[in-house]
Unconditional design. Structure first.
Length: 149
C-alpha cells in the first residue's frame, strides 16, 4: 500500500492506497505523533535486539557496549559492528550513534570501517551477515507480536 502526502494551498492531501483524505492541521499533528511513537518503539526494539546479538557474538556485555569510554579493542569492534547493523537496518547515523552514547560522525566512521573490513575478509563478512540475519528474524518476530496486540 502506498502512502503519500502532498501540500495544496492551505491544505494537505494524504493519499493511502486509492483513498484521498484531506486531514486538518490537528489531524496531521496527531498522525505525526502516532507515527513518531511507532518509529521510536520499533527502533528501540531493533536497538535492543542488535545489542543482544552483538554482545553474545563478540562475548562482551551490553553495559560495555554502552560505556562512554572506547574500551578494549574487542568492545570497540563490537560497538562498531552494532552501529553498522543499525545503519543497515535504516536507522539514521545520528540514532545509531546515540544508541551507544556516540556522535553521528562516530556511527558514520563505524559503518565505513565495518564495510571495509567485510570487503577484506570473507569470514568476517559471513559472520556479520549471520548476525544481521538473526537480528532480522528477531525483529520481524517482535514486530509481528506487536501487531497482534
Amino acid at each position: 500500500m502506498s502512502v503519500s502526502l502532498q501540500r495544496e494551498p492551505q491544505r494537505f492531501l494524504l493519499t493511502v492506497g486509492n483513498h484521498v483524505l484531506r486531514p486538518t492541521h490537528d489531524e496531521l499533528l496527531d498522525l505525526k505523533r502516532k507515527i513518531d511513537l511507532m518509529v521510536r518503539s520499533s527502533s528501540s526494539d531493533l536497538v535492543q535486539i542488535v545489542k543482544e546479538k552483538i554482545a553474545a557474538f563478540f562475548d562482551v556485555g551490553i553495559p560495555a557496549l554502552e560505556s562512554e569510554g572506547r574500551g578494549v579493542e574487542r568492545v570497540a569492534n563490537a560497538r562498531m559492528a552494532a552501529m553498522w547493523l543499525l545503519i543497515e537496518f535504516h536507522l539514521s547515523d545520528e540514532h545509531a550513534g546515540a544508541a551507544f552514547k556516540r556522535e553521528r560522525s562516530t556511527a558514520t566512521y563505524a559503518h565505513t570501517t565495518i564495510k571495509d573490513r567485510m570487503a577484506l575478509s570473507e569470514k568476517f563478512a559471513a559472520e556479520i551477515k549471520l548476525i544481521q540475519e538473526a537480528v532480522a528474524r528477531d525483529w520481524d518476530a517482535t514486530r509481528a507480536d506487536a501487531t497482534k496486540s
